[in-house]
Every structure is written in structure tokens, then in C-alpha cells.
Ligand binder design. Structure first.
Ligand code: GLC
Length: 748
């Protein structure tokens, strides 16, 4: 409603012809006024030029010429501050209307100071920390003139074969929404027109993470109800939070590529959500609609993309080539062009580019000590303790000699993970370096990689690693994935550790020495065998520049693990997609299933249990969503609900007493889930509705209270209406998606 009022107000002011300089009702009206004033001066060619985003090509002179002719609205991937200012000066001082350029880049999890990959940031369940990391990225990137980043990526990702899970905030819509909003706030800062603010970009709109078979760019087949209940909520959340731009996704959903999808770009984004930001295509995704077989040629691709609601075309230049003709042929109306250009100009005004087009941030902000400290804090909180038997961790004073082995112990490039264009490996602090510098005075560090890199199949080095391990009081094996094995276009059909890594861990396990396995990867890997062979396991989704000091502190107990799995860990690749918020089906497992090695010979057809499970993998995952241990232990007691029967407008208060029953101070991520027992359509067994990090000293207790509006239980039902259906619900509060105290309540 508010947005409608604002638009009416703006329209009223514009009608009155009030001069743009006076803004009786605030900045928004002034911006709208300036946008329309500028638009009226623009030729059709200049309007189309604003809709064109260019990637560096040819010589600087070539690009300067294009700018001078008013044929570019934005560049991506130019990071030389000198060239940025030169291009900007040409746009502002030498083009006819002096419209500034919008410089953009994929600043996904840090610019120079690299933070954990977004999947690792999600594992912190700490939106404040994630917001701070995005703020650091914006400050550093703006020093090179970048004022628009193509992040956050908030594609719900439930298939670990898909390499881009690394870039997402995991499998849960609510977690993606919370983390996406945090990143938008961090990138955009308190006001978009600050010179250190970057416009954020919600991507990839939409359902790109549901690529069939986890193969990147593949088709998706997501019906509208699942689209609205699972894949769109994070995008709606960031739209409401003021995310300045959206990016269309590569995939065709149910036959319609997102870049030509009016349902998504007009009906949902503009009409239902009232979004007034700017929509950009993904890299050449407009002309890729020809490859999709959705358009016969580039001209039709331009026509369908613009008429569907795209404002700016990334690099494929079909708008520049065809829109003037399409307008003349009445296939695209100039009104549609005007609306697209309004969205582009509005963003440039909001960014303050007309007032301050040139770079003002100092180069010295890059790798600033406080930035590195924030990256280390985030890396520490992103690491998940999956196993810790015989309290091997934290390593104590009994460890005088430590064997450090594995291909990821000293891998400065790969530790940063995917989507790193500007971070420099020379600044990475690896676990080996950190253990030597931070603990080398107390502990003798023996290092032998054993396997040179994650895909290295050679086993000759394993004997040396074993020899080193035999001389040590404990072993830490750093294994996982090189950065290139996750990210865009890097899907895997097999999630096992690669190369000779499995042989390495097995050989180390046979030494009988306490074995800690640390995994650095861009996705959950099927590490069940390594978990069995290790006494303790820490999982670090590519932890970034400061991953080494973070892991060193965790290993020696200077900090205590608090990360939780943002995705379900499969036992075998064949289980994928596997996620906690699945539906009941009619055949939920009974727990009495007969697994493959226990099946008697000539077993009768129906004798194994006719339920939804795998003979060779059972039903459940290796580790569920929201799972993570601590060096201490937390006890949940006294779950209380404020009411058993609630109306639609009520707020349910739920509380639990959390007690630290262990001997270390630690932080627990308390999670609240709700399951809708019966619906007009089948519902997920449970859905995450809230979480909170709670730090407690040994012996300390705290009552943790959540306020849950009944309205938050709404879903798109059989009639495709978003409602809360009366009926019975179950609420859980606990330590992960499988364990917790539960109670029932009813909505009447
Ligand atoms: C890529 C990605 C997108 C990125 C864009 C610009 O192909 O799909 O996430 O922002 O192109 O690099």
C-alpha cells in the first residue's frame, strides 16, 4: 500500500510540473522528477544505449568511443580505477547528456579480502556478521570504482552436484532470505548514494538452483506452487528490503527462459511485489534464448526480453542492434523502453552518480587489518564440527608434535574458493602457515602433503605422510576440493573425495594416532568413510583469506566451533537431491527397513519394508540440515508455548531453557521449526521459521524466547492463494532439523 501511495504522490508532483529542485515530500520524489526530466531530453538511441551493458573489449579508445556516442549504460569487469575514471569522465563530460556509467563486478564473497564462500557464511547462521562482511566488500570494491555487485545469489540449492550451491545460502528458503537481506544491507550500506555503497543484485531469478540432475544451466520444472512456496521467498524478502537490482537466470522453467518470462518479471516482481528496481539479464542470457529454441533470432530475443520486463542486457548487445527497428515495427513500444530506462536512471540517481561520478575511496582500504579480522571471525563461525570422539578436539597440551598433512593444508589459491577474481593468493593465510606462526612455539609442526592437490591420483606421497604421522601425537589432515571444482559450470556426478585423498585418510587412520580431518570444499561431499576413519571432523566451506588462522584457533580451542550445516549432507551421491523440508509421502520410513547387506537370500518381494528409502543408503542423510557440534554440550529443556489455540492474527511465543552442560564457553544456534500437519496440499514435514545464536558459559542457562506471528505460517495453497489454513501444527525448538523438543498448537 505504502508503495502505491508513494507512486501516486510522485505522479501528482510530476503532473503539477513542480521543478525538480524542490522536493516537498522527500528524496524519492526529487529522484523521480529528475528521472523524468532527463528522460524527456533523451533520443530513442540514447535510451537504448542506457540498456546496454558492455564487457571490456578492444582498446580503451574503442570503449571511450562507444561511451561518447551514448551507447553504453554500464560496464562490467573493469577494475582499473584510472580507466574507470577515464570512462566516467568521457560519459559525464563528453557525451551529449552526461549520464554517468554504472560500473559492476561479481563481488560475491569479498573483493580483495576474501570471506568464506556464501555457503560457508550461511553456516554461521549469523546475519549481522554476514552483513559486516558485505560492507567490507563494498568498501574495498568501491576503491576501484565498482558501484554494483552481482550478489547476493539466493537460489535455494538442494542438489550438491550443482557447483553453484557454493555461491548460495543453502537449501532453506528462510535462511537464504535472512542471509540475502543481510548481504543487501551490507553491500548497499545505510544509503545507496554513499561513495562506498554498491547496488546489490538478487540472482538468479528464478529457480536456477533446481537445475535438473544438478547440471548447471539445465532446465527446471518447478510448478507455480513450489516456485511460490520455496524458490521465490528469498527474492521477495530482498525486494522488500530494497535490493536495488535483480538478475534473470539462465534456466528455462517449464519451457520458459527466465529472461523472457513475463510471469516472473511483470506479474510477480512488478505487479505483486511493486518492485521499482532495475532488472539485468545474466551473461548473454537474452540471446541464449535463441539457443534455447525460444526465439528464432537475436532480434526476437531482444523483443521478448524487453517485452517480458528486462531493463538492461548484459554483453550480448541485441538491444543495441534491434530495439530501434523493433520500435519502428511496433513490436516494442517506446513506453516499454521508457520504463526500462527510468529504472536504470533511477538507480544511477539513487547511487549518487550524477553528483559524485568519480572514485573517492582510498586504495589503502584493501586488506585493511579490520577487514582481515572480520574475515577471520566469519571463517571461525563458518566451520562446522561434525564429529569429535574421545574429545580429541581441542588439541591440548598433550600434543607436543603435530602432523599436518593433505592437499588443502597449504593451498592459498584453492582455500579462497570459487568466484574470486580480485582476491590475491599472496594474502591468503593457510592452516600450515597459521599453525606454524601461531602455535609453532609450543608445538612441533611436521608437514607432509601426501597428496599434492585434490585431484592428484598419485599415491607415492602417502608413505611420507604416514611416516610423519607416526612421529606425531596427533594428525590433522586437510582434504577437500580445489576451488575450480565448484562454482559456475562445475557440476559433479560423484561427490566422493577425489584423487588419492581417500587412500591418504585411510592410511593415516591405520597409524592409530588421533586423526582430525578438516574438509575444505564448495559443497557437502560424501565423506561417510572418512568420518568413520577420523576421530574428529571439521568442515570448512572454502574459508577464504583468513581460513588458516581461523582453523588454527579452532583446532587449539582458542575459539569453539559454532557452525551449522546450511545444507543436508548426503551419504551417497545417489541420494541427491536430499533436504530436510521434504514432504511426508504416503510411505515414510518405519526404521525397520532391511538394508542391502542384510537382505536374506531369495527374500520375498515385499519383505524389506515398502517405504521410501534406498536399499544401499537407507533413508536419512549423513548429516541433517542445521547440524553442528561444539566442544561443549547444550541441553534443551522446558519448551513452553504461550497458547495451544491461536487466531490468524495472533503471535505465538515459544520459549525453551538452554543450558551449557559442558566445560567450554560456546555458542549454540537454537533453531525453531514448524510442521503443518494437514493442508489443502501436502506440506513439508517441517520448515525453519527462526534461529538465534546463544552464547553461554559452562553451567550457564538462558531462556530463549521466539515470537512467531501466525501469519508466518502462510503458504500458497490448492487454490493458489497465500493463506494460513486452520488446523494442527507441531513446533520444534532444537539443535538441528532432526533433534529438538516439540509441542503442538492449533490455528482456528
Ligand atoms: C555469470 C553468472 C552470473 C554473473 C554474470 C556476470 O555467467 O551466471 O552469476 O553475475 O555472469 O559475471
Amino acid at each position: 500500500m505504502l508503495r502505491y501511495v508513494k507512486k501516486t504522490l510522485i505522479f501528482g508532483v510530476l503532473l503539477s510540473g513542480m521543478a525538480c529542485t524542490s522536493s516537498p515530500t522527500g528524496e524519492e520524489v526529487a529522484v523521480e522528477c529528475k528521472v523524468n526530466e532527463l528522460l524527456e531530453k533523451m533520443t530513442l538511441q540514447e535510451k537504448i544505449g542506457q540498456m546496454n551493458q558492455v564487457s571490456p573489449y578492444g582498446s580503451d579508445e574503442d570503449m571511450l568511443g562507444l561511451v561518447k556516442e551514448g551507447k553504453v549504460g554500464s560496464f562490467l569487469n573493469i577494475t582499473s580505477p584510472e580507466l574507470v575514471n577515464r570512462l566516467q569522465r568521457t560519459a559525464v563530460e563528453e557525451s551529449r547528456l552526461g549520464i554517468p556509467l554504472l560500473m559492476s563486478r561479481d563481488v560475491i564473497h569479498g573483493y580483495k579480502t576474501i570471506f568464506p564462500i556464501p555457503l560457508g557464511q550461511a553456516a554461521t547462521f549469523n546475519p549481522d556478521l554476514v552483513e559486516a562482511g558485505a560492507r567490507v566488500a563494498a568498501v574495498e570494491a568501491s576503491a576501484d570504482g565498482i558501484r554494483w555487485t552481482f550478489a547476493p545469489m539466493i537460489d535455494v540449492s538442494r542438489d550438491a552436484r550443482w557447483g553453484r550451491m557454493a555461491e548460495s545460502c543453502g537449501e532453506d528458503p528462510y535462511l537464504n532470505a535472512v542471509m540475502g537481506v543481510a548481504m543487501v544491507k551490507g553491500f548497499q550500506g545505510d544509503s545507496l548514494n554513499s561513495p562506498t555503497s554498491m547496488a546489490a543484485c538478487a540472482k538468479h531469478f528464478a529457480a536456477y538452483g533446481a537445475a535438473e540432475a544438478g547440471k548447471d544451466y539445465n532446465s527446471t520444472f518447478i510448478p507455480e506452487r513450489v516456485m511460490r512456496n520455496v524458490y521465490l521467498p528469498p527474492f521477495e524478502a530482498v525486494a522488500k528490503a530494497g535490493c536495488a537490482t535483480f538478475m534473470t537466470s539462465f534456466n528455462d522453467n517449464d519451457g520458459v527462459p527466465s529472461t523472457g518470462n513475463r510471469f516472473l518479471l511483470k506479474q510477480v516482481l512488478r505487479n505483486e511485489w511493486g518492485y521499482d528496481g532495475m532488472v539485468v539479464t545474466d551473461w548473454a542470457s537474452a540471446t541464449e534464448m535463441v539457443a534455447h529454441g525460444f526465439c528464432k533470432d537475436r532480434k526476437e530475443a531482444a523483443e521478448k526480453a524487453v517485452n517480458a520486463g528486462v531493463d538492461m542486457e548484459m554483453v550480448s548487445a541485441s538491444f543495441l542492434e534491434n530495439l530501434e527497428t523493433l520500435v519502428k515495427e511496433n513490436k516494442v513500444s517506446e513506453k516499454v523502453i521508457d520504463e526500462a530506462v527510468r529504472n536504470i536512471l533511477r538507480l544511477k540517481f539513487r547511487l549518487g552518480l550524477f553528483e559524485q561520478p568519480y572514485i573517492v575511496t582510498e586504495q589503502s582500504v584493501k586488506y585493511a587489518p579490520e577487514h582481515l579480522a572480520k574475515a577471520k571471525e566469519t571463517a571461525e563461525q563458518s566451520v562446522i564440527l561434525l564429529k569429535n570422539e574421545k574429545e580429541v578436539l581441542p588439541l591440548g597440551s598433550n600434543v607436543r608434535t603435530l602432523a599436518v598433512v593433505g592437499p588443502m593444508a597449504d593451498a592459498p589459491h584453492d582455500q579462497m574458493g570459487t568466484w574470486v577474481f580480485d582476491g590475491e593468493k599472496a594474502h591468503t593465510q593457510t592452516p600450515l602457515q597459521a599453525l606454524r606462526s601461531m602455535y609453532g612455539d609450543k608445538v612441533q609442526i611436521l608437514y607432509e602433503p601426501g597428496v599434492a592437490y585434490s585431484r592428484d591420483k598419485r599415491t607415492e606421497g602417502i608413505a611420507k605422510a604416514v611416516a610423519v604421522a607416526r612421529r606425531a601425537d596427533a594428525i590433522v589432515a586437510f582434504v577437500g576440493e580445489e576451488a575450480i571444482l565448484s562454482g559456475e559450470a562445475h557440476s559433479l556426478a560423484d561427490l566422493n573425495l577425489r584423487g588419492a585423498q581417500q587412500e591418504l585418510v585411510e592410511a593415516l587412520s591405520r597409524t592409530g594416532r588421533p586423526l582430525v580431518t578438516v574438509v575444505m570444499a564448495g559443497r557437502p561431499l560424501t565423506i561417510g568413510k572418512q568420518v568413520k576413519e577420523s576421530d574428529a571432523v571439521l568442515y570448512a566451506f572454502h574459508p577464504g583469506t583468513m581460513g588458516g588462522p581461523a582453523l588454527a584457533n579452532l583446532l587449539f580451542g582458542k575459539s569453539v566451533p559454532s557452525g551449522k550445516t546450511p545444507v543436508t549432507f548426503p551419504r551417497m551421491t545417489g541420494q541427491v537431491p536430499v533436504y530436510y523440508a521434504h514432504h511426508h509421502t504416503g510411505r515414510a520410513p518405519s526404521g525397520k527397513e532391511t538394508l542391502i547387506d542384510d537382505i536374506p537370500l531369495e527374500a520375498g518381494q515385499t519383505s524389506l519394508g515398502c517405504t521410501s528409502f534406498y536399499l544401499d543408503a537407507g533413508f536419512g542423510p549423513l548429516f541433517p540440515f542445521g547440524y553442528g557440534l561444539s566442544y561443549t554440550h547444550f541441553d534443551y529443556s522446558r519448551l513452553k508455548l504461550s497458547a495451544e489455540k491461536l487466531n490468524q492474527t495472533d503471535i505465538l511465543t515459544a520459549s525453551v531453557v538452554l543450558t551449557n552442560t559442558g566445560k567450554y564457553e560456546g555458542t549454540e544456534v537454537v533453531q525453531l521449526y514448524v510442521g503443518d500437519k494437514v493442508g489443502s496440499v501436502t506440506r513439508p514435514v517441517k520448515e525453519l521459521k527462526a534461529f538465534r545464536r546463544v552464547s553461554l558459559k559452562p553451567g550457564e542457562s538462558q531462556t530463549v524466547t521466539f515470537e512467531l506471528p501466525v501469519s508466518s505460517l502462510a503458504f500458497w495453497n490448492l487454490k493458489m492463494k497465500k493463506v494460513v489454513e486452520p488446523g494442527e501444527f507441531t513446533l520444534w525448538i532444537g539443535t538441528n532439523s532432526e533433534e529438538g523438543l516439540s509441542a503442538g498448537f492449533e490455528v482456528i
